[in-house]
Design a protein around this ligand. Structure first.
Ligand SMILES: [Zn+2]
Length: 127
């Protein structure tokens, strides 16, 4: 659906933002919590340095606020509107969702953040 070369593909798969050839993360599974945020220094395919400046990924905290809110709103709508729960249960559903999806939220935020600054490059992808 989302092909290589589109931002959405890069964000959802956590691949190198420039060539979309390999994962930025050491371990593709975000639920291995000790490695959830350990990333490769550079792309082995196109040699892009992911951490363009010191503390680069601190900025992804701003993105994670938005992503987290999106998950919370989704949890609320599903439990309150579709499942017809009361407000207390809906609140519990939001808390549970935020905890359960924390590794995913952190990674998606990083992926969105790096994709603000780097763009897909066809030339590098073919190498
Ligand atoms: Zn690359």
């Amino acid at each position: 659906m989302f092909k290589k070369g589109s931002k959405i593909y890069g964000i959802l798969n956590g691949v190198c933002p420039v060539c979309h050839e390999e994962s930025m993360y050491m371990n593709k599974n975000p639920y291995v919590l000790t490695e959830a945020l350990s990333m490769h220094e550079r792309c082995s395919n196109c040699n892009t340095k992911y951490k363009m400046e010191p503390s680069f990924f601190y900025g992804s905290m701003y993105v994670s606020y938005g992503v987290g809110t999106a998950f919370a709103v989704a949890a609320f709508i599903i439990s309150f509107v579709f499942l017809g729960s009361n407000l207390k249960v809906a609140f519990g559903a939001i808390v549970a969702t935020m905890i359960a999806f924390m590794p995913v939220i952190m990674r998606v935020s990083r992926n969105i953040w790096i994709n603000f600054f780097m763009h897909f490059d066809k030339e590098k992808a073919k190498k």
